[in-house]
Design a protein around this ligand. Structure first.
Ligand code: C5P
Length: 227
């Protein structure tokens, strides 16, 4: 039994905008669980790729999504994801996975299957921050707080390059970030905020400022569960 107030925070945005760093910190500060929906798409892409299932084979991809056992630990300081007992967490952010994930995410049946799993996790956890592309609009349009994070593409590319530790040259990173935005825009609307969704432009903001702005949008009575 918990007397903690329920709280769902949905944060959407394009790649490299700082969704994950922001969501992690907000979840820790507000004692929430954390769900990175992109990791679910990434895990499925890794799994299908290992099994040589081409994204163009929509039926097989959808069948795979429906039978695999996706296990997710929604702890913000140790988020983990496994499929059928294989922990894939450390593979998710490899550049080769980023290059193929949109192809699997464009499968509408896959989206329906994963959305259902996300909604079940949200309903189960009580206090949770969920990040992705269509959380504010499709997965949890009734979330307590709905935010679209945006930033200038040059800033996003620079951030992604820093995350990769300079492993790829700026032109390749730029191609990946912009290319993925374009592919993902066909599946979800995350370029402009839907009605009722708050826009935060992080181009000129520090991570701490973005986190503070998100927390300021949470109704006060839901902010501090034990306060
Ligand atoms: O957020 P992240 O960049 O890790 O997401 C990886 C990919 O998963 C995206 O490029 C997109 O193809 C897909 N995705 C999606 N809908 C979401 C979250 C992610 O289609 N809600």
């Amino acid at each position: 039994m918990t007397s903690e107030p329920r709280l769902v925070i949905a944060i959407d945005g394009p790649s490299g905008v700082g969704k994950s760093s922001t969501s992690h910190l907000v979840a820790q500060q507000l004692e929430c669980d954390y769900l990175d929906s992109g990791s679910m798409y990434r895990a499925l892409a890794v799994w299908c790729h290992h099994k040589h299932i081409d994204p163009a084979d929509a039926g097989t991809v959808a069948r795979t999504a429906s039978y695999v056992d996706l296990e997710i630990v929604t702890n913000p300081i140790d988020f983990r994801i496994a499929i059928s007992g294989v922990d894939l967490t450390d593979d998710l952010h490899r550049p080769e996975v980023s290059a193929i994930v949109s192809g699997y995410a464009s499968n509408q049946r896959v989206r329906e299957i994963l959305n259902k799993q996300m909604r079940a996790i949200i309903a189960d956890r009580g206090r949770i921050v969920v990040e992705g592309r269509d959380i504010t609009t499709v997965v949890a349009p009734d979330a307590d707080v709905r935010i679209l994070l945006q930033a200038d593409p040059r800033r996003r590319i620079a951030r992604r390059q820093a995350q990769l530790g300079g492993a790829l040259d700026p032109a390749t990173v730029s191609e990946q970030v912009i290319g993925r935005d374009t592919a993902d825009s066909a599946n979800a609307q995350f370029k402009t905020p839907a009605p009722g969704v708050e826009l935060i432009d992080s181009t000129m903001m520090s991570l701490d400022q973005v986190v503070a702005e998100v927390i300021a949008l949470v109704p006060e009575e839901k902010r501090f569960p034990r306060g």
